[in-house]
Design a binder for this molecule. Structure first.
Ligand code: SAJ
Length: 414
């Protein structure tokens, strides 16, 4: 099958490579000419475990190439970004542009799949009319579906293959035809539905996670006031067979959980109360972290903070909506001296190792749960610090037994 994948980012590129591995002829399309050049030179612009080996295979096979414009194909898959605007409303302009860009190449019998996360009803209300205006009948001439991506950055290849897949067609035939494309590589179940159900299901998956984390973050604030260890409380509560709280932290980042709930709020604000408050709580966490740092470092002359982690979560190089960056900004505005270190993210570190970051600092502030940080020996770092204080917002080294003789020394979590 000839398949054109529009958008070669964290989702489009692995999907295109996976389709090419399974004997499809794949044309990748991106508006960024640097990305096209890199891919056609056999280089990847994103880091994702296992992706480079698969990429090498398709480069050798010669069935995946990148272009700046779509080509005629049997199917088109759209995986372009869907940000929010300044006012937090849904910005579907990249999806609309991508659909418009493929219209000149559209032939009867083609399949169009939207993988980008979109506001509820977008496929039916915004995309379907664009195709119908060209004289095509959806469900007879062209098959249109929303098949949301659901893969976890850091585990994309495994989840592309093994996750269940929701395929929402404008008509049943649209869903069936679209599902056939995924059968090539998906080992999970492929669930057929309509497009608006698929859109909403995808959005509530991420919103559920955002709300759950907001609850843990709220519990953390409550426990901090009451001088109770929030992590212990959550751990104990999670031993109930029907309770499963996620981990509190410095806030929620990434391009999904911190963005997608707004698509629901934007469409139906009056009934999205919990969703709005959860966003507010999670966005407030960087301020809560900094307030506590102020309290802990009060009285320390010219404090130096070792900031470990810049990315939005562990073991990835992605800084989109990263709460760590918000914390760093707030600390810089307060003129704190910072040694910043992240082994994954380029352009943010001002020291080149954990040890260099920590040497003679007054506080170690952990903001991302990278595997390198999980290996930190608390006892050892404490011996390198000027005043041994660890603020572990990710709860990754807190549980180590640390022998500290001076009772003024503090180990805290948020
Ligand atoms: N986080 C916490 N506490 C937790 C778990 C996560 O504070 O217990 C924070 C992370 O540190 C990060 C943010 O939440 O800042 C989001 O991280 P994540 O690992 O929960 O999710 P993403 O954004 O990397 O990927 C999510 C996934 N959605 C779900 O698990 C429901 C993924 O499957 C989706 O495909 C992806 O969004 C997407 O593209 O929509």
């Amino acid at each position: 099958m000839k398949i054109c994948v529009l958008g070669l980012g964290y989702i489009g590129l692995p999907t295109a490579i996976m389709l090419a591995i399974h004997e499809n002829e794949v044309c990748g399309v991106d508006i960024n000419l640097d990305i096209i050049q890199m891919i056609n030179n056999g280089e990847l612009h994103i880091k994702e475990s296992g992706l480079s080996d698969l990429f090498e295979d398709v480069v050798n096979k010669g069935n995946f190439k990148a272009f700046s414009k779509p080509k005629e194909a049997d199917a088109f898959i759209i995986a372009v970004p869907t940000p929010i605007k300044e006012d937090k409303s849904f910005d579907g302009s990249y999806v609309i542009d991508a659909v418009n860009s493929l219209l000149p190449y559209l032939r009867k019998g083609n399949i169009i799949i939207i993988e980008s996360t979109i506001a509820p009803r977008t496929t039916e209300d915004l995309i379907k009319p664009l195709i119908e205006e060209c004289g095509f009948n959806i469900g007879k001439d062209i098959y249109l579906a929303h098949c949301p991506e659901r893969v976890l950055p850091g585990n994309i290849i495994n989840e592309l293959i093994n996750n269940d897949r929701v395929v929402g067609g404008i008509t049943k035939e649209c869903a069936v035809k679209s599902a056939d494309i995924y059968k090539a590589f998906v080992k999970g179940e492929i669930l057929l539905t309509d497009s608006k159900t698929a859109e909403m299901a995808k959005l509530i998956e991420n919103t559920f996670r955002d709300v759950n984390i907001a609850f843990s973050n709220e519990i953390t604030r409550v426990c901090t006031e009451l001088k109770i260890d929030a992590l212990d409380v959550i751990q104990m509560a999670n031993r109930h067979p029907r309770v499963n709280l996620l981990n509190p932290g410095p806030g929620v980042g990434g391009h999904c959980l911190a963005v997608d709930p707004y698509f629901i709020i934007d469409k139906e604000p009056k009934n999205s109360r919990i969703i709005s408050i959860a966003r507010e709580i999670n966005d407030g966490m960087p301020y809560f972290v900094v307030e506590n740092i102020d309290k802990l470092l009060k009285g320390t002359a010219n404090p130096l903070i070792a900031v470990l982690g810049v990315s939005y979560k562990g073991n990835v190089d992605d800084v989109r909506e990263s709460p760590a960056i918000k914390v760093i900004e707030l600390l810089k505005n307060k003129n704190y001296k910072l040694n910043i270190y992240d082994p994954y993210v380029k352009g943010w570190s001002n020291v080149s190792s954990i040890k260099e970051a920590i040497l003679d600092c007054d506080m170690v502030l952990i903001l991302s749960d990278h595997k390198q940080f999980k290996k930190i020996d608390a006892e050892e770092i404490v011996s390198l610090m000027r005043s041994p204080m660890i603020f572990d917002t990710k709860g990754i080294i807190m549980k180590q037994e640390i022998a500290i003789s001076n009772e003024n020394n503090t180990i805290v979590n948020d």
